[in-house]
Design a protein around this ligand. Structure first.
Ligand SMILES: C[S@@+](CC[C@H](N)C(=O)[O-])C[C@H]1O[C@@H](n2cnc3c(N)ncnc32)[C@H](O)[C@@H]1O
Length: 313
């Protein structure tokens, strides 16, 4: 499995250097993927160190298990959604950890495996589930959502200018039977987007709609705030949280949650005295770092990545 699992980790050295403070410590990788980051963490930890890797994708679990076999430190791999972090750590009998990593979104493996239905470049059944055990897929959205629901996700999660036209074209196409494949969806989007716009420099016309559907299928944004707060709660003082985001919607959530947790008073500025008694829980160490020029030359996926790191006070 691991031989087929292609994914280049983003900002690997910056992330692992910023995360590890104790070589005998316990670290959690909430987005294990192909264990690119985790492999580097495990390689640095000593025999007293421990790595807990989480992913909801069966293929990632298989690839990471193979890659992490034989590591010096203790490794526990859990197939679950990181939104269940509290329960996962309880089941692992862990109270507090030294570092937690989130490298959000999908892996290149998931995108490149046509049958998973994430890519607008390859024809496949409408799927896009990161968790293959989940029942809800892209098919249910494209064939079951109302005009209003389609508009909401295309506008909010895709920030797509032509959201209404595309939603209307999908509703019309459904009159001839269900939309079954990514290729059919791409054709509908291409018909909906005016030719002049389609041929301009804005990238593939289906890019933003595929992003919106993927976010909705996997509830990618809805779980973030709760998960980041839970992660910080589980850090030891001096422990670190590292978050890598790939688009503005998830980055805005990471930025706002970390900023609020790093703030003292969060009263509205109009109040003459503080009534919130809010105390900072973390200190921001790295604010929206981007990949170096040389990394971008070898990994185009790193282009939109932003790395944020904070330390628990
Ligand atoms: C960008 S990849 C991680 C790559 C990894 N850091 C590496 O270097 O190999 C993101 C991974 O997180 C997983 N993932 C995304 N959201 C998740 C969630 N809510 N719960 C568990 N796993 C999730 C995906 O299935 C995917 O394998």
């Amino acid at each position: 499995m691991s031989t087929e699992f292609h994914h280049i980790s983003v900002m690997p050295e910056e992330t692992v250097n910023g995360l590890i403070t104790d070589l005998s410590g316990t670290y959690v990788d909430c987005t294990l993927g192909g264990a690119g980051h985790s492999g580097r963490i495990a390689a640095r930890l000593n025999a007293d160190g421990r790595l807990i890797g989480i992913d909801q994708d069966e293929a990632a679990i298989a690839a990471a298990s193979e890659r992490l076999a034989g590591c010096n430190c203790r490794v526990d791999i859990v197939r679950d959604n990181f939104s269940n972090l509290d329960n996962i750590l309880k089941a692992q009998e862990v109270q507090a950890v030294d570092g937690i990593l989130f490298d959000l979104g999908v892996s290149s493996y998931q995108l490149d495996t046509a049958s998973r239905g994430f890519s607008y470049m390859q024809d496949a059944p409408l799927d896009m589930r990161m968790n293959q055990q989940a029942e809800f897929s892209a098919y249910d959205i494209i064939n079951g959502y109302s005009m209003e629901e389609l508009c909401r996700i295309f506008k909010e999660y895709g920030e797509e200018r032509w959201y209404k036209r595309i939603a209307q074209f999908i509703i019309d196409a459904r009159k001839n039977g269900p939309v079954e494949t990514t290729g059919e969806l791409v054709d509908i989007i291409k018909k909906a987007v005016p030719a002049a716009v389609r041929n301009s420099k804005g990238g593939h016309p289906a890019k933003r709609i595929f992003q919106a559907v993927r976010i909705e299928v996997n509830d990618e944004l809805g779980i973030l705030e709760k998960s980041f707060r839970s992660a910080v709660r589980h850090l030891k003082p001096g422990g670190r949280i590292a978050i890598i985001t790939f688009h503005s919607l998830e980055d805005r959530i990471a930025k706002n949650v970390l900023k609020e947790m790093a703030s003292g008073c969060i009263c509205p500025p109009s109040l003459p005295v503080c009534v919130c008694n809010h105390k900072p829980e973390i200190k921001l160490l790295v604010k929206a770092a981007v990949a170096s020029k040389s990394e971008l030359e070898s990994n185009s996926r790193a282009k939109s990545a932003k790395l944020r790191i904070a330390v628990k006070l």
